[in-house]
Design a protein around this ligand. Structure first.
Ligand code: CO
Length: 495
């Protein structure tokens, strides 16, 4: 049975990916600096090993005879995913896989040290090496898949997505966001919002985060919360590792970060258990993944209703004060303020951060922009889109994100596509569950989770992201639900 041989083979791949994912978490959370160089070598070997398994010469033959077997819907969909993975993996030479892995290890490790010291000069040649290797990969993939090199990179993170589809969506956002940002800021002036008075101990912040994770339905039997330099959701569906970082003057970034990563984690924990070791059991691309985190964080947990539930828990953790009233917390959670940092950005300004990175990485892959010219291009775009001066500050400018050092080019657009999907899903969910606000005010996420489990989590990759979205909401991806959500929350009074 060839289908059986394929699934056995992919089970071995899944096991190595499992170990690699937990090791990547360990590197970000626990590893002492002296372990870096050897860990980089070890992970490059794992990358090569995985690549060897993914390009095994027997796969094509197995696929051809499995096609003749009597298979169910999920098995068929699994074959589609395996064929897709094989096409991508065999397009890139093993030497290039190893060269890219080593370049990204070196660059990411250097980034952790050089970002705090604002040292672009030392960093730029390392990033240049990553971009050069990434362009070679994009070229090889593009030729194999018959698409533009940049699209081949986007497709890895969001199957089927292309610059031709993203461009009009981002243009539509860019057409109304500057006006919305201005009006959102104006509406806030004159409204009394009290600033938080710290310090807020990391231990108390962590306890509060754990309490809210529990309320949100995070399964601690299959996951945990730790601390890292850059928040993320990693590990594997049966052992999901989420992280955050703590600021003693303001507990909201860590708390909202935890709620965001909890949204990612619940998607992983909700994937179909019987299929976790097969490609069809994976999540539907990174835009859908981000939609699950933004649905939790932005749509649900920044609403006034949620703070009626979370407010008492916040006051239990940090004491009672006017700044910690339900109303003030909700106002703080929906503050609009153009800033330099993407991960701290509010919902209204966030897409501007993404559009600027998208334009830059597209040009880097096309070869019309060099790494050396990134800071200048960054400064211009930040000034034009958000009115912010970033000159001389690469630390909180083009060196703020781990994505490019880590070789994740083509990833940024999925953040904003995820925000659109989240708004579209939330609108459909609101029709299906009319009392969402009452539920949120009680900290009861069960009906929303049930809806998401049925429409997204349990589906794995048995259908495409586009199909899943259409079946859940009745329409294809659109900017309109997101625009309407922003207008309701930031331009008008009351949600
Ligand atoms: Co996310």
């Amino acid at each position: 049975m060839s289908y059986r041989q394929l699934t056995d083979h992919y089970r071995r791949i899944a096991h190595i990916q499992h170990v690699a994912a937990v090791t990547a978490w360990d590197e970000a959370v626990n590893m002492p600096p002296g372990g870096e160089a050897a860990r980089g070598q070890a992970m490059a070997t794992v990358a090569v090993l995985l690549h060897e398994l993914q390009t095994d010469a027997r796969l094509e033959g197995w696929l051809q005879s499995a096609d003749q077997e009597a298979l169910g819907t999920w098995e068929r969909a699994n074959l589609v995913q395996i064929r897709r993975a094989l096409r991508r993996a065999t397009a890139v030479a093993p030497d290039l896989v190893q060269a890219l892995s080593l370049a990204t290890s070196r660059c990411e490790q250097a980034w952790r040290k050089l970002r705090p010291t604002n040292d672009w000069e030392t960093f730029a040649p390392l990033l240049d090496e990553v971009i050069a290797r990434t362009r070679e990969v994009a070229q090889a993939l593009g030729e194999r898949l018959g698409v533009d090199p940049y699209d081949a990179l986007v497709d890895e993170h969001e199957p089927g997505m292309t610059a031709a589809k993203i461009d009009p969506i981002f243009a539509e956002l860019a057409s109304f966001l500057p006006d919305y940002i201005q009006r959102g800021c104006e509406r806030q002036t004159g409204v009394d919002v009290l600033p938080l008075q710290g310090p807020f101990s990391p231990a108390a912040q962590r306890d509060l985060g754990l309490q809210l994770m529990r309320a949100c339905g995070f399964d601690f039997n299959h996951g945990r919360l730790d601390r890292s330099h850059h928040p993320f959701c990693g590990g594997t569906p049966t052992d999901v590792r989420i992280t955050t970082r703590y600021d003693e003057t303001d507990f909201l970034p860590a708390l909202m970060g935890v709620l965001h990563e909890t949204g990612h984690a619940k998607y992983e924990q909700g994937l179909p258990r019987g299929w976790l070791e097969q490609p069809v059991g994976h999540a539907l691309g990174m835009a859908m993944h981000e939609s699950q985190s933004l649905l939790a964080e932005m749509q649900l947990c920044r609403s006034a209703a949620f703070w009626r539930f979370a407010g008492p828990l916040v006051r239990q953790a940090f004491g009672t004060s006017d700044a910690l009233s339900d109303r003030n917390l909700a106002a703080l959670a929906t503050r609009v303020a153009p800033g330099k940092i993407r991960v701290d950005a509010d919902e209204l300004t966030y897409p501007c951060h993404v559009i600027l990175r998208y334009e830059i990485e597209k040009e880097l892959i096309a070869g019309t922009l060099t790494v050396a010219d990134i800071p200048e291009r960054w400064d211009e775009a930040m000034r034009d889109s958000l009115g912010i001066d970033t000159r001389g500050d690469v630390r909180d400018g083009c060196m703020q994100d781990v994505h490019w050092p880590a070789g994740a080019v083509g990833y940024f657009p999925t953040y904003t596509l995820g925000a659109l999907i989240a708004a579209q899903l939330a609108a459909a969910m609101n029709e299906a569950i009319p009392d969402i606000d009452e539920r949120l005010a009680q900290g009861d996420f069960a009906p929303m989770d049930a809806w998401l489990r049925q429409n997204v989590w349990s589906r794995g990759r048995v259908v495409s992201a586009q199909t899943a979205l259409e079946q859940a909401t009745g329409s294809e991806l659109s900017v309109e639900p997101f625009r309407a959500h922003l207008a309701r929350r930031y331009l008008h009074d009351g949600e």
